[in-house]
Write a protein of this length. Structure first.
Length: 493
């Protein structure tokens, strides 16, 4: 409604600015009136009026903040005219009120995803996806981190971050009631406020992900969408999986793969023992109508391997490293990325070895909506959809710990999780900027051999006492319901 009012005030006059030196200037900011922040009814209105051809007092009346340091119509006109290339938000080499102006105003009003870009992209735009637009505007729009946020995962005490110190001790003690636990790390506002390790282990030791990896490779798909390699979540997977053309799988959208509703088989496929796991996943027959039924499926997640490779031209490990791990401060030399027995296909349903802190970095990326230290890594729309139940308790390769997940019991707080076999977890409580990592006792392969084989695989079953050769009872994990209750008490007054 606000958009219609603003557009009505401005009228409908089209202006194209001179295309001089059409390259972005690093000194530009969308804080047009230079008051330290970008506001919809100040900077958004100024840009829209400028692009509609307003000048003089009709440009600035009621649209300049009281503390603005750039306030005269002449200064604002000169500023926007001088940075016409930066104002070209959709990069179609023109400045349009109903494209660039509308995109900026929608962005400031909080529109994301398709609602950000619908009907507002120029015909010749180079920057056209919602992810590309959001990332661009993030880069040029001033923001202030809330809650004294940090990104370095430095150690501090819980009280300094507004948490109950005894409560942190209780959370860690509850987790270590599971005797198979190697590491637990609690992060708030980007600071490590609690950590505990099994005897003989410390913060530098690698844990393994098992299916936590699904969430990382799904995020890589999100970036491929942001970058335009994949059109949208609703693009057909068969556009990249040519083997599905002409089959009953041809019309399955990528979204449905990430929701685990593709109709492909779940447990019992024996994917883990296959040599070429991508080929095996591609050849699976449907067991349900696509889109109809949630069925957790490793084969479905392994399809992200050929999709990423064929969409981006890079293998999934390289793309993940370049687009996510490195930008959020994870040293590739401290990471083990597993391949299937061919030694060629990255495993995208499983198996990333990292330090607890590095898993926490990934959780923090999602807790903060896809931004890292002022840089947009992943669109907020993709993060939001990932952390929203698309079925009873599953988002886009993330578990939603809601009442459905807990069998009808409503949890006290809203926590989302990436889960892996034998007790690997990354818990994200976005509203409180809290991330919790839990890893099971593990020894990574010697000499960096990350090619899967019958004798070389992520052996967490020994600590859990669930290997084929194990005798006696399985080591039980902690109560996840009780964990969520303990987390809730950390911030209660």
């Amino acid at each position: 409604m606000k958009q219609r009012v603003v557009i009505g005030l401005c009228g409908f006059v089209w202006v194209l600015l001179a295309q001089v030196g059409w390259s972005e200037d690093a000194s530009f900011s969308f804080d047009i009136d230079a008051d330290g922040e970008a506001g919809a009814l100040t900077d958004g209105l100024l840009l829209l009026r400028h692009l509609f051809g307003f000048s003089g007092s009709s440009l600035t009346d009621g649209a300049v903040a009281s503390n603005a340091t750039r306030s005269s119509a002449a200064d604002i006109e000169a500023y926007l005219s001088g940075y016409s290339s930066n104002v070209d938000i959709d990069r179609d080499e023109s400045n349009g009120a109903l494209t660039d102006g509308l995109l900026f105003l929608r962005y400031l009003f909080g529109f994301r995803g398709e609602t950000l870009v619908n009907g507002a992209i120029g015909n010749d735009a180079v920057r056209s996806s919602s992810g590309q637009i959001e990332s661009y505007l993030d880069d040029w729009t001033p923001t202030v981190d809330a809650n004294d946020q940090s990104w370095g995962l430095t150690r501090t005490n819980a009280v300094s971050q507004g948490l109950n110190e005894d409560g942190v001790v209780d959370v860690l003690a509850h987790i270590f009631g599971d005797a198979a636990t190697q590491a637990a790390m609690l992060v708030r506002n980007g600071y490590v406020v609690g950590e505990r390790y099994a005897d003989g282990y410390d913060a530098g030791d690698l844990g393994t992900s098992w299916s936590v990896a699904k969430s990382l490779y799904a995020a890589a798909v999100g970036i491929a969408i942001d970058e335009g390699w994949i059109t949208s979540l609703d693009q057909r997977a068969s556009d990249f999986l040519s083997e599905w053309k002409g089959t009953d799988k041809e019309n399955i959208p990528i979204r449905v793969l990430l929701e685990m509703r593709a109709g492909l088989p779940g447990e019992g496929t024996d994917l883990f023992s296959q040599a070429d796991q991508s080929a095996f996943a591609l050849n699976q027959d449907l067991v349900h109508q696509p889109g109809a039924t949630f069925l957790y499926s490793n084969a479905t997640s392994q399809l992200l391997e050929p999709i990423l490779r064929r969409a981006t031209g890079e293998d999934a490990h390289s793309y993940l490293t370049k687009k996510i791990l490195t930008p959020i401060g994870i040293d590739r030399s401290d990471v083990g990325l597993w391949f299937d027995p061919t030694g060629i296909n990255p495993m995208t349903y499983c198996c990333i070895d990292m330090r607890p802190e590095d898993f926490a970095r990934f959780g923090l990326l999602f807790a903060r909506g896809g931004r890292w230290a002022g840089t947009r890594i992943l669109s907020s729309d993709f993060v939001s959809q990932s952390l929203t139940a698309q079925s009873d308790y599953y988002g886009l390769h993330w578990w939603i710990l809601n009442a459905n997940y807990f069998g009808g019991y409503t949890p006290p707080v809203q926590v989302k999780a990436a889960h892996g076999l034998n007790g690997q977890h990354v818990y994200v409580w976005s509203q409180e900027d809290i991330v919790l990592v839990v890893l099971t006792i593990y020894q990574p392969p010697t000499e960096g051999d990350y090619v899967l084989s019958l004798s070389n695989w992520p052996r967490t079953c020994e600590a859990r006492n669930t290997c084929n050769s194990s005798t006696g009872e399985e080591v039980e994990s902690y109560s996840e319901w009780q964990l969520i209750r303990l987390l809730a008490t950390l911030v209660s007054e």
